[in-house]
Design a protein around this ligand. Structure first.
Ligand code: AMP
Length: 397
């Protein structure tokens, strides 16, 4: 089967065309600056990237350009659109309605609309992607794969907040967790890589990218995760604050004369390592370079980030009463040996020893702990698009 994987954001759209049998990526790219001006990046397997600037007032023009590029006479990856057998959509928030992937139909779309309150920035874009594909590719089966679904196995003690219970009943205020497709994929890959039985082991997955979250996976099921009702909770991130004392919101609002929206903007876009480094960068490459050149704020930002990852690993080892293996994944987890070292060197109490030479690795399945380490620590690259492709095929079979 050839599966088109679509990940629709508010002004961008990432796509991959994957052959599900060989798991080969036939073409991939993105549409950027949708609604602003418009740029298509397209790359056929084994070829150079092509960049086309063209107006994209809405996602519809973007997706149409992707489809045209896929069947282009010279650089297309397929001859005819009828070769696309299915479309897999990444959907951010499935609330409590979706504990797994689902085939897209009217009921699914309506249920998704009802979750929009919970992810006002993301779900509307995902819905647009689904509707545009229905219009441009009528009759092609589609599947929605939710960021929240993998975490639906969490027990109430992990997902309930210490708030009036009615808020949960009336409004669905609870922990949902995100990056679920990645946590699910990486936990399975970690078990496979180490020869562990996924149904009989305790794993911790650290998905450290611009957004960052940790999950505790026991016997293949998520039992806790650091992101909450929204992706703002948990670790200190690129520009997001992660956990703070909730009273800070009122305090800063008064001191800085900001309304609620203004404070939320600070917590989402001006905080995290970006805010800690006094606006230097949210990119760990910049922060690493600056810290090496003596920038105290960049060095502290890296320490705060790593410390929060370290504390969360400790919490999840406690939550599962032990841990067999830990995985690092996503942009930072796969590529930043310094952050991994800052975390793993402090896990001695779990019997973990870091292999400093192996920790230099970037972006491939590697055990970075020593052979005698009691808990194995690995780098496991995530692949959310492949995970979505696999889910899509599994559901349609
Ligand atoms: P993601 O959200 O998973 O795409 O991760 C993006 C983040 O990964 C970037 O903002 C960088 O901070 C980080 N990153 C990517 N490549 C590297 C690298 N070579 N070294 C350190 N950090 C990196």
């Amino acid at each position: 089967m050839k599966v088109l994987v679509i990940n629709c954001g508010s002004s961008s759209l990432k796509y991959q065309l994957i052959d599900s049998e060989s798991e080969e990526v036939l073409a991939k790219g993105l549409c950027e600056r949708i609604g602003i001006d418009g740029r298509l990046v397209y790359q056929k397997e084994g070829c150079e990237k092509e960049i086309t600037n063209a107006p994209m007032p809405t996602h519809k023009e973007g997706i149409q350009m992707v489809l045209d590029a896929l069947v282009n006479d010279k650089t297309g990856a397929i001859k005819d659109l009828s070769e696309i057998n299915a479309i897999g959509h990444r959907v951010v928030h499935g609330g409590e309605k979706f504990s797994g992937s689902v085939i897209v139909n009217d009921d699914m779309i309506q249920a998704l609309e009802e979750c929009t309150d919970l992810a006002p920035l993301h779900n509307p874009a995902n819905l647009i992607g689904i509707r545009v594909c229905q219009e441009l590719m009528p009759g092609v089966p589609m599947v929605g794969v939710f960021d929240t679904a993998f975490h639906q196995t969490m027990p109430p003690k992990a997902y309930l907040y210490g708030l009036p219970y009615e808020y949960y009943e009336k409004y669905g205020v609870r922990r949902y967790g995100f990056h679920g497709t990645s946590h699910s994929y990486v936990s399975k890959e970690l078990a496979r890589f180490l020869g562990l039985d996924i149904n009989n082991c305790k794993l911790i997955v650290c998905h450290l990218g611009n957004g960052a979250s940790v999950s505790a996976v026991m016997n293949g099921k998520c039992v806790d995760t650091s992101m909450g009702m929204t992706p703002l909770e948990g670790l200190v991130m690129g520009t997001r604050s992660g956990d703070i004392d909730p009273a800070i919101i009122e305090f800063i609002s008064k001191k800085e004369n900001l309304d609620l929206e203004g404070v939320m903007e600070v917590l989402n876009k001006k905080s995290g390592v970006y805010g800690l480094s006094k606006g230097l960068s949210s990119d760990f490459r910049d922060l690493g370079d600056a810290a090496e050149n003596g920038n105290k704020y960049a060095a502290e930002a890296l320490e705060v980030f790593s410390y929060h990852v370290l504390k969360t690993i400790g919490a999840y080892a406690a939550a599962m009463n032990g841990v067999d293996a830990i995985a690092f994944t996503a942009g930072i987890g796969e590529n930043d040996p310094l952050v991994r070292e800052m975390v793993v060197k402090n896990l001695g109490y779990l019997g973990v020893t870091l292999d400093e030479e192996k920790n230099k690795v970037r972006g491939k399945d590697t055990k970075i702990s020593t052979e005698d380490s009691k808990v194995a620590v690995c780098v496991i690259p995530t692949n959310e698009e492949l995970a979505i492709c696999r889910e899509t095929v599994a559901l349609l079979k």
